[in-house]
Design a protein around this ligand. Sequence first.
Ligand code: SME
Length: 167
Amino acid sequence: MSEQININKNLSDEEIYKQILPQVDSLLKESEPLISSLSNLTSLLKDAFTKISWVGFYLSKNNKLYLGPFQGKIACTVIDFGKGVCGTSALNKKTIIVKNVHEFPGHIACDSGSYSEIVIPLIKDDNVVAVLDLDSYNFSAFNETDKYYLEKISDILINKFSFENLI
Ligand code: SME
């Protein structure tokens, strides 16, 4: 089925999030495979915000994160819990905002042009089932507004899908 998303990009980040939130809800269809929803969501976010250089999901299995649907340059495929920004977020079950990735100990540089990053863990029944990772070529591109709305989007995903046997 064809999908159409309407985004007015001449707005503040907060207003863009407010615009896309109801559209995210209708884009994520419980009746279809989760992988399709995750793929479309990465496209929606990349399209909505010019500040995003890379956006994607890493899917969790046995304390490792495996590359899932994404938009952007090719990326590392496996990250151990505790390693890099994604693995640290998964281990600590907390969203991490990094203003300058070059100053983050153990940062995994998939794209040397990346400057800042936000990682949101998706937690179901106290287990991290995935992380949502966004990178930017801009310094300090992500803030508490991104955290608030990306956590809301993650909550919609967690509430709609089981994430079981995804990988
Ligand atoms: N920078 C991440 C690795 C994933 S790439 O950015 C796509 C990290 O340190 O976790």
